[in-house]
Design a protein around this ligand. Structure first.
Ligand code: FA5
Ligand code: MG
Length: 482
């Protein structure tokens, strides 16, 4: 498997993945540790908590066609262009996305398959579950490989016309078929809002209201099902707080209006999914211009962590029997019982950034916004016609050649930590930032928490990892250690 060595500096010419060959170029930034995760397909492993979670959700959408084995390597056209991502969208940058070459990425979301699935036009509803890949922060709820489920439901305008019915009425009839629930739902905003969350041209307010109701009731039913399953068997781990959910306005380049669903969990609102009314140009380009509908994308780990009270996202990758033996498809859900918690080992590293890269000041600040503010975007104008992926222009934002001094980006620190420590790194946090008053040089301090989920680490091995991390920071990022 380990075809790719030193991916950052000397990209291998060819990358062979499950029998498919890709020509790597200077865009290649995917380390071998990530490529080795590709064949795992956790959401398909028998008795794995992600599989059980997936099936539980699928059971609430019985008529939807499921796609659970779509290949993880896609074109930038599928992952971005088909969805109307502008060329300078931050999600396209090599700091955020794993590339094999300029037009080939590890999918960053299941939405990469929307256009193709709509084009197949096999069913009114579909669900896609898959592994997705993002260069991201390291902490207990973020991992560079995670799993999403995409869902969509569309209705046919022409069919309504042929039957002499009003489409909004047909959709409302379908809403009545969704099981009722009695949980508290906060949903203070109107379905759409001219500036913040606009209705699309060609959609009537009645149609948007009906589709929004169908989307929201379907996903509330999903969350209620998960929580009832979690509660049914837990006598200790899950506090008996009543379930509370809320809908908040959101922005995606490929839906409008858009919403996120949050669940109140351990004292805080936790985002579980993004959703909205599918941008009509996507359906038009997918040769189903007469259909309108909604889509959502959820994080399977987020839901599974709620369902089983799993405290750390790294656990899903564990091959330890003490983890895997706790989950059984045909038994009631029981909360995960953590095996003993091994000691944490904190180590700091401080360094000066290279002066020549007076890089964007936001880079070290952590939170990179995934979505641009809603008002900068229009839904329909930026979707190109379905074109062959190879002819796509180079995205301007990400095209800076590596030869110049690349800007410092925090995700590069995360990646190096991942490379030296793998799953032994629990989190990496910026703890101090300092600008020298005279020279203007910037100094950063990161705190790395080394902790195994399975055993106590020795001093030698944490020191050894940390020394390697320090060396790689110098070699790869050109920083000066303090
Ligand atoms: C998306 O990926 C959109 N494709 C979702 C969508 C689909 C919107 C269809 C509209 C229509 P987002 O980046 O917010 O959106 O991710 C969706 C969900 O994935 C999040 O709500 C969260 O549950 C989960 N998620 C995101 N990043 C991570 C991560 N690093 N680790 C674990 N789960 C994550
Ligand atoms: Mg989100």
């Amino acid at each position: 498997v380990a075809m790719v060595t030193a991916a950052f500096r000397t990209p291998a010419k060819e990358v062979i993945i499950e029998g498919r060959t890709y020509q790597a170029d200077e865009w290649m930034n995917t380390p071998s540790a990530i490529l080795e995760a590709l064949p795992r397909r956790l959401h398909l492993q028998p008795d794995h908590p992600l599989t059980i979670t997936r099936k539980l959700i699928e059971s609430r959408f019985p008529d939807y066609k499921t796609h659970n084995d779509l290949f993880p390597i896609v074109t930038t056209a599928q992952n971005f262009d088909s969805l109307g991502f502008p060329l300078d969208h931050i999600g396209r940058s090599r700091a955020d996305t794993y590339y094999l070459n300029q037009s080939t990425v590890l999918r960053t979301h299941t939405s990469a398959h929307q256009a193709d699935t709509f084009r197949k036009n096999e069913s009114e509803g579909y669900l896609i579950s898959a592994d997705v890949y993002r260069r991201d922060a390291i902490d207990r709820s973020h991992y560079p490989v995670f799993h999403q489920m995409e869902g969509a439901r569309t209705w046919d305008r022409q069919q309504a016309e042929r039957e002499g019915k009003i489409l909004a009425q047909i959709i409302w009839d379908d809403v009545t078929k969704i099981p009722k629930h009695d949980i508290a739902v906060e949903d203070p905003n109107p379905t759409f809002h001219a500036e913040r969350n606009p209705l699309q041209a060609g959609h009537s307010p009645e149609e948007a209201d009906a589709m929004a109701a169908h989307l929201k009731r379907s996903l509330e039913d999903m969350v209620v099902t998960i929580f009832n399953a979690a509660k049914g068997a837990s006598d200790t781990a899950t506090p008996d707080e009543p379930l509370k959910v809320r809908w908040v306005e959101a922005y995606f380049p490929f839906t409008s209006p858009s919403w996120e669903l949050e669940v109140f969990w351990q004292g805080d609102w936790l985002e579980v999914l993004g959703s909205g009314i599918v941008s009509q140009p996507i359906l038009n380009h997918a040769s189903v211009p007469n259909r309108i509908g909604w889509a959502f994308g959820l994080g399977l780990e987020r839901i599974a962590m709620l369902l089983y009270s799993i405290p750390d996202i790294r656990l899903f990758w564990s091959k330890d029997k003490r983890f895997l033996s706790q989950f059984h498809e045909h038994e009631p859900i029981r909360p995960f019982v953590p095996f003993s918690k091994y000691p944490a080992c904190f180590k700091d590293v401080s360094f000066w950034l290279r002066t020549s890269s007076s890089s964007s000041s936001s880079a070290a600040g952590g939170a990179t916004p995934i979505h641009p503010p809603a008002q900068q975007q229009t839904q329909s104008s930026s979707i190109p016609p379905p074109a062959s992926s190879s002819t796509m222009p180079i995205p301007p934002a990400a095209a800076a050649p590596a030869a110049a001094t690349p800007a410092f980006h925090e995700n590069d620190v995360m990646e190096i930590a991942r490379e030296v420590g793998g799953d032994l790194v629990e989190d990496v946090r910026l703890t101090d930032e300092f600008v020298h008053p005279k020279t203007g040089r910037r100094s950063l301090c990161y705190r790395v928490n080394y902790r195994s989920l399975e055993r106590t680490l020795t001093n030698e091995e944490t020191n050894e990892m940390h020394d390697r991390l320090r060396g790689l920071l110098v070699d790869r990022l050109g920083v000066q250690l303090r």
